[in-house]
Design a protein around this ligand. Structure first.
Ligand SMILES: Cc1ncc(COP(=O)(O)O)c(C=O)c1O
Length: 441
């Protein structure tokens, strides 16, 4: 293993952050194994991708069957798996989303969504939200402000992108209503001082900010953005790359809000691990694109599409179980918060749960050391958990939807043990909880 790591470092570019140095050999369900037979429960789902657990047998079988028939069509031939997938997407995506394009990564799909908004409105401006993560291609870094490191040395960044506040009530030390008011006030100032609404093609927003810290958009905030979009002919683009495909225990986060996007961007869990992403809109919007306005050689690869169609079939009956898991996880984390002073906040939607770790509850001071400790403790106890947030102090708890209740409990028990060990180490006292935490499913 040590030799493989040395060879990796000798020949693979260094900029990609790896959460562990574990060399995965094979995987099944929640379990990832190394070549020596050691195993870990991956409660990171390969960064919110393997929502059905790794190597789901039905998804793999569908991909293999397609691979045996036709691996590539490359815009020369038409094929059935892309149609099968698009028809299913039309059924499960929010009302009004009717036709779909395909790409390979989330960032590509974001770019396609924004291009479609620009093309169909014939406007250039984009309003994005501070703390968002939309990918790392040259276009998408212009919308990504979860961390300045993603933009370092890439200036000039794409023009006509205006970044405004996304409500972060816990970080700002405010109620949800106060944070919503503040963020809406900044948005109003954008239109007053920086750009006219009729120059804006799109609002690009994650309904739950992911990498930025697992912040669900307050209902009133998202509704206000929808209303502004309607008032000014602006496309509302939901980036559901991370929130989609069961992650919030619904198909899409949009369903929780009852708010319809004009353009929907998808990726990550769509094919449970095969590279695929998608974007959809109404026929009225997307049919404005003439042939050649956008495209890619590999997007909508037949094998990835066959896998994704199967993901939808397999996931559908699992969504009620995901809601049960979510309820249980929030109850457990609320309980942990009552006993562990290191937990400052528990928030999220469905199975997209952020547990924010602080060194001082009164000042909400981020404690990335606690996160590092919990991640290492997890590795030593067969559990993988990863972080999010600009300070790296938030547990990004994203179990597979296929996890059993016992597996969920066991994972949270490990986190509980890690918190106890950490608090003993830093001399914090575990205290009785004083504030209730409300889950938001
Ligand atoms: C909300 C969101 N949008 C876009 C992306 C970019 O996806 P990719 O890394 O596949 O380009 C991500 C990746 O984490 C994401 O979470």
């Amino acid at each position: 293993m040590g030799d493989l790591l040395r060879r990796h470092e000798g020949s693979v570019a260094p900029m990609l952050a790896f959460d562990t140095d574990i060399h995965a050999d094979h995987a099944e369900g929640p379990w990832v194994y190394d070549a020596d037979g050691n195993r870990w429960a991956d409660f990171a789902c390969g960064t919110a991708v393997a929502n059905l657990g790794h190597n789901h047998p039905e998804v793999i079988a569908a991909a293999k069957a397609q691979l045996d028939r036709l691996a590539h069509a490359g815009c020369v031939f038409r094929y059935d798996s892309i149609v099968e997938l698009a028809e299913r997407l039309r059924r499960i995506t929010p009302g009004g989303i009717e036709k779909f394009g395909f790409a390979n990564s989330g960032a590509e799909a974001v770019e396609a969504g924004v291009k479609l908004a620009r093309y169909s409105t014939n406007r250039q401006g984009v309003i994005a939200f501070r703390g968002a993560f939309h990918g790392r291609t040259m276009g998408s870094v212009a919308y990504t402000t979860s961390n300045a490191k993603y933009r370092e040395n890439y200036h000039p960044i794409l023009g006509s992108v205006f970044v405004t506040a996304f409500p972060h009530p816990y970080r700002w030390g405010m109620t949800e209503d106060e944070a919503t008011d503040l963020a809406l006030d900044e948005l109003a100032k954008k239109f007053k001082h920086e750009v006219m609404p009729h120059n804006i093609a799109a609002f690009l927003i994650e309904p739950v900010q992911g990498e930025g810290g697992y912040y669900p958009a307050p209902q009133r905030f998202l509704q206000a953005v929808r209303d502004l979009a309607d008032d000014h002919g602006i496309m509302l683009v939901f980036d559901e790359v991370q929130t989609g495909f069961g992650r919030t225990a619904n198909w899409f986060a949009a369903e929780h809000y009852g708010i319809r996007p004009d353009i929907l961007v998808m990726g990550k869990g769509i094919a449970n691990g095969l590279p695929l992403s998608s974007y959809g809109a109404s026929a009225e919007v997307i049919d404005q694109w003439p042939v050649g306005a956008h495209g890619t050689t590999f997007g909508g690869n037949p094998v990835a599409c066959a896998a994704a169609a199967k993901v939808i079939d397999v996931m559908e009956p699992l969504l009620p179980h995901a809601r049960d898991l979510s309820k249980r996880a929030f109850e457990r984390f609320d309980g942990l918060k009552a006993r562990h002073e290191t937990i400052g906040d528990v928030r999220g939607l469905g199975l997209m749960i952020g547990v924010e770790l602080v060194s001082d509850r009164a000042t909400r001071t981020p404690d990335p050391g606690a996160m590092d400790f919990i991640a290492s403790y997890g590795v030593a106890h067969e559990l993988i958990v990863i972080s999010c947030g600009p300070d790296g102090n938030i547990i990004r708890f994203i179990p597979p939807l296929t996890a059993t209740m016992d597996e969920l409990d066991a994972a949270i028990d490990v986190i509980d043990g890690a918190l106890t060990a950490y608090e003993e180490k830093v001399g914090n006292e575990s205290v009785g909880g004083d504030r209730p935490v409300t889950s938001q499913l």
